[in-house]
Write a protein that binds this ligand. Structure first.
Ligand code: KIV
Length: 275
């Protein structure tokens, strides 16, 4: 399959639903590459998933570039988007452009994503001017968890719904090729989707978005301690992995692994000749 482009993604607006998924390492990106999922986001959720931090706030540019590079090496057909970490684009346009460029130069991604609307319009505009496709992200913006006092659904009241619509429009006006709508009411997502000419990609925002995005570890059940409402579990990998690892441990302890077929024997007597 040839590499997905932003032109292709934009051609799906109002024509077909499409999926996107996060990835954080070479092996999972290689597996995703065998599916028809066209977009891989190297999400800043790597902060918790790959590095064990408690939110998306601490992850650094260097940390996310490392995982982006690994994912990009595996993704020969999917379109790879790198997620700009908290603090890498907010305080100046020039810093935003410099860090966005690193995702392409050092990370091998084809685009970047950043959170916010009107407040980051200048950043989006300049990054796009420099030839870097931008995916916007409005609604619940996890990098603002401290300001939002948690991860609750956004846009429930008239004022906040209007702000999210305005932010989505600002992202489109600034030149973004698509926008993520995270955890907003289904009716608001529908309204934004029909108001914009760029594709909307929903997570916890209902079926009227043009595309959907999910976190790899959520839908494959890799973490039994955490399961967000917006995710559907297609597998229970943590359970299967724990049971396989326990079996391995037991077999080593009771000497039933390795078997003869798992190792090699000399054809001639070498051992007795060793001094
Ligand atoms: O980092 C992330 O996981 C995200 C979601 C929108 C998928 O940004």
């Amino acid at each position: 399959m040839s590499k997905i482009t932003i032109k292709k993604i934009q051609s799906w607006k109002n024509k077909k639903n499409f999926s996107a998924i996060t990835a954080y390492d070479f092996t999972s990106a290689k597996i995703i590459n065998q599916t028809n999922i066209p977009i891989i986001l190297v999400g800043d959720s790597a902060s918790m998933i790959s590095y064990g931090y408690s939110s998306t706030v601490p992850i650094s540019m260097d940390e996310i570039i490392l995982v982006t590079r690994a994912v990009s090496r595996a993704a020969s057909s999917s379109f790879v988007v790198g997620d700009m970490p908290f603090g890498s684009y907010q305080h100046s346009v020039s810093m935003a452009v410099k860090n966005a460029a690193r995702f392409l130069k050092d990370g091998g991604a084809s685009a970047i994503k950043l959170e916010g609307g009107i407040l980051v319009q200048k950043q989006i505009n300049k990054i796009v001017d420099f030839g870097i496709p931008v995916m916007g992200h409005v609604g619940l913006t996890p990098q603002s968890v401290n300001q939002l006092s948690g991860y609750s659904v956004q846009g429930k009241g008239l004022e906040s719904a209007q702000k999210i619509l305005d932010d989505a429009r600002a992202v489109e006006d600034a030149g973004a090729f698509a926008v993520v709508l995270e955890c907003i009411p289904i009716e608001l997502a529908k309204k934004i989707t029909s108001s914009l000419s760029i594709p909307t990609i929903g997570i916890g925002s209902g079926k009227y978005c043009d595309g959907q995005i999910q976190v790899f570890n959520d839908i494959l059940g890799l973490n039994d301690d955490f399961f967000p409402k917006h995710a559907k579990r297609y597998l229970s990998l943590q359970k299967s992995i724990v049971s396989a690892l326990k079996k391995y441990n037991n077999e080593v302890v009771n000497s039933s692994f390795p078997e003869k077929k798992h190792s090699t024997s000399y054809k001639k007597n070498i051992i007795d000749k060793l001094v």
